[in-house]
Design a protein. Structure first.
Length: 760
């Protein structure tokens, strides 16, 4: 594809870069990469969620031939190095206390994976069970044992298991309550779920010849990992190299460090390349989504207008902060949804428990609170006898209308009614349904990135090929495909002559992070700017080489206009470079600065908005749910690659079915995860996907990204639960307010509803 070809790459269904390798199984993930002469690491852990470590005897391990060492907290520098994003609260290895099931107590380094595992199992640890807190009620109870030592905390809540709180409020609540005709008040529960990526967790760390450290990790934020590692091991950034091979999915779970600091310390201590590959069961203990309980109280006028909305949301975040406080803050910020509500009160807490630390997960807190708010809208509709679609029509904000008020208002950046109406049309809203079936509709919203910095370099080579350097991790969202499309159109380079370099802090410019669906908008703008920088440089070089006035030249996508005609940008570059050949380099930067005093640290660059409509059939004998139709419609700005938009929407929608219908991390009384692994933890399969699934988009070209695009990778998951819950309630005649909506819970709800029916 070149300037001579009128077809444009942008907007076309270009096949994904790297997609064939993933589909064929030839993709080499971290666990597939060979590291010659690497030592192997395995952890000794305890079969309990909370315990004090009384003694550790590593002799049975260290006396085994081939064991290089067995390292405990006593072998690390004192005080124990700690790390974290918002709170440096996580020790590199368990230090005196185990705070969650699976936390490493001993790290064994050996010459083979099997030997490392055998040696780790041979370590003798004496321990005493402590009164761990494994759920919200026990963590918040008076006199509850503190998950974190108050002496290590400096926050206002250090004498409790509340780590942080968030409060959002606007409007006169008392006045609105006086104008309220009906109030619905309910409690909703959202489960802990695991990310279940398709590759096992893993890290490889190696000492370098110059005294530095090199870490291989499928991390979403290589530069963030570099910064944290440099702090833990006491090295300058220039001595810490992070190489991030393509991850087998991320979904937020690979944003932040977990075992990378420990592996870096082991590599330093042993002066060996140290390799850790976790089992699926161990990966389950590595990360999860925060569970949440929401108490909601909502007021309505007779016509269905919402008058006030009160939420109290407790996020079940686990043993360490990770990025969970930000999840709580950002998710609860949009807790009132995209609605026109005069008075709102949201109070949220991030609650520590002795469980696997939670982290970012697709949707970043919005699905948890949105489940409650969308269900409240439906509860009001049932109470008033108003159609659920009509309820949303009456309360959903219009373009540029504020849906969050106060010192820092947030306004609708799209015509969101269009998505709602399209979803209703595609589901056949209002059409008669057979007995046992029900429909539900819901909307969801999530703020995009509120600050960011992405930098890119693009090289246009003499032969008309090109290379883009971009630090964004391509974890499944297809970012590199979009960079290729941008280069193809802006420089006139054939798609198959473009290469993308990413995932290496020594090779690519700085990128703050890969999260919040920012890749297309932030790095996309940086790549676009780099291409336009090249176009200007080509113009300058061509003018210099030909003695033609710059004023008579004009660079456009893929071409250069001259007084004697138009030639491709590649031809113009070759003329400008001359016999010395060489290349032309462009640089691009996309920056969004924060806003001081803003509750999120800045205004969102864009909002992901989605409307989802679902039709279900419920077996009244068993409570089993069959999805007959699933519609998702996103406000995308511009579809840069329709094929990828559909793939992202379908993937997010199906993932949303997990926490809606089946997924939940279950704990026993000792805080151990009962359903570790693929056999006991169920995720959606093709048997669970709707009989008919439809993905559609609304394009108004009104986004801040290249060519008017917005981020879209999380939208279709935001309100899946709300739509499924409403459809099930419509089918069985009663709501279920605890996710997931398992057959058992639905059956019990039907039995309870039948028991409450009056008999003649």
């Amino acid at each position: 594809m070149s300037a001579a070809n009128d077809a444009r790459a942008m907007g076309a269904p270009v096949i994904r870069y790297g997609g064939a390798e993933r589909v064929s199984g030839t993709q080499r993930y971290l666990s597939d990469i060979e590291f010659p002469d690497a030592a192997h690491v395995a952890f000794t852990t305890l079969p309990i969620g909370c315990a004090s470590i009384e003694s550790i005897d590593t002799t049975p391990a260290t006396t085994m031939p081939g064991v290089i060492g067995a390292f405990t907290a006593a072998d690390l520098p004192a005080p124990m190095p700690r790390f974290g994003i918002s709170h440096k609260d996580r020790s590199v290895i368990a230090d005196g206390v185990v705070n969650f099931h699976g936390e490493p107590v001993v790290a064994v380094v050996a010459e083979s994976p099997d030997l490392a595992r055998i040696a780790a199992d041979a370590v003798i640890v004496e321990w005493t069970e402590l009164a761990g807190v494994y759920d919200l009620d026990s963590a918040l109870a008076d006199g509850a044992r503190l998950v974190q030592d108050a002496a290590l905390r400096t926050d206002d809540h250090k004498h409790s298991n509340v780590l942080e709180t968030a409060d959002y409020a606007w409007g006169d609540l008392d006045e609105q309550q006086r104008e309220t005709a009906h109030v619905v008040e309910n409690t909703y529960e959202f489960p802990m779920v695991t990310h279940f990526t398709i590759e096992p967790g893993g890290v490889v760390a190696a000492p370098t010849d110059d005294g530095g450290i090199e870490v291989h990790s499928p991390v979403q934020h290589p530069y963030l990992l570099q910064r944290i590692l440099a702090d833990v091991v006491g090295l300058p950034l220039s001595k810490v190299r992070v190489i991030a091979p393509d991850p087998g999915g991320g979904f937020g779970g690979k944003q932040t460090p977990r075992y990378e600091p420990l592996m870096a310390v082991l590599a330093q201590r042993t002066q060996r390349t140290c390799r850790l590959i976790l089992s699926l069961e161990e990966t389950f203990q590595l990360m999860r989504r925060s569970g949440c309980r929401v108490d909601a109280r909502t007021g309505f006028r007779d016509d269905g207008t919402v008058t006030f909305h009160e939420l109290r949301a407790d996020f079940h975040i686990g043993a360490y902060a990770d990025v969970a406080p930000r999840v709580m803050t950002k998710g609860s910020y949009v807790g009132a949804g995209p609605y026109r509500i005069p008075a709102v009160r949201v109070h949220a807490r991030a609650v520590l428990t002795n469980t696997t630390p939670s982290c970012a997960f697709r949707g970043f807190g919005a699905p948890q609170v949105g489940w409650a708010t969308e269900s409240q809208i439906d509860a009001g509709a049932r109470l008033l006898g108003i159609d659920a679609l009509e309820m949303r029509r009456r309360n959903l904000v219009d373009l540029d209308e504020a849906f969050i008020r106060g010192d820092h208002e947030a306004r609708a950046d799209g015509r969101w009614h269009q998505s709602l109406e399209r979803a209703a049309e595609l589901i056949g809203w209002g059409e008669e349904l057979p007995e046992g079936r029900g429909r539900g509709i819901a909307v969801g919203i999530k703020p995009g990135a509120t600050s960011g910095l992405s930098q890119s370099l693009v090289r246009l080579l003499y032969d008309g090929s090109a290379i883009a350097y971009a630090g964004t991790s391509d974890m499944g969202q297809g970012a590199r495909t979009l960079w290729k499309q941008i280069l193809a159109d802006e420089l006139g380079v054939d798609l198959d002559r473009i290469s993308i370099v990413s995932g290496d802090t020594t090779a690519v410019p700085f990128d703050l992070q890969t999260s919040a669906s920012r890749s297309t908008v932030f790095m996309g703008n940086a790549v676009l700017e780099a291409c336009r920088d090249i176009r200007q440089r080509v113009l300058d070089l061509y003018a210099e080489a030909t003695d033609i006035s710059i004023d008579s030249l004009e660079a456009a996508p893929g071409e250069l206009s001259t007084p004697s005609g138009t030639l491709s940008l590649i031809e113009a570059a070759q003329v400008g470079l001359g016999s010395l050949r060489g290349e032309i380099i462009g640089q691009g930067t996309s920056r969004l600065r924060g806003v001081k005093g803003h509750p999120l640290g800045g205004d969102a660059a864009f909002y992901e908005f989605n409307a989802t409509a679902i039709e279900v059939e419920v077996d009244r004998e068993t409570g089993e749910v069959l999805l007959t139709k699933h519609v998702t419609v996103g406000d995308v700005g511009t579809e840069l690659n329709p094929l990828q938009v559909v793939a992202q929407d379908e993937g997010a929608a199906i993932m949303g079915l997990g926490h809606s219908l089946m997924e939940q991390v279950l704990l026993d009384e000792h805080g151990c995860i009962r359903n570790l692994g693929a056999l006991d933890y169920r995720i959606p399969t093709f048997n669970d996907v709707a009989v008919e699934m439809i993905s559609d988009s609304i394009e108004n070209h009104d986004g801040p990204g290249p060519y008017g695009c917005k981020g879209i990778s999380e939208g279709a998951l935001l309100c899946t639960a709300g739509a499924v819950g409403a459809a099930v309630a419509d089918a069985i005649g009663t709501p279920v307010r605890q996710l997931p909506l398992t057959a058992e819970r639905i059956w019990h709800a039907m039995q309870s509803a039948n028991a409450e029916q009056p008999t003649n």
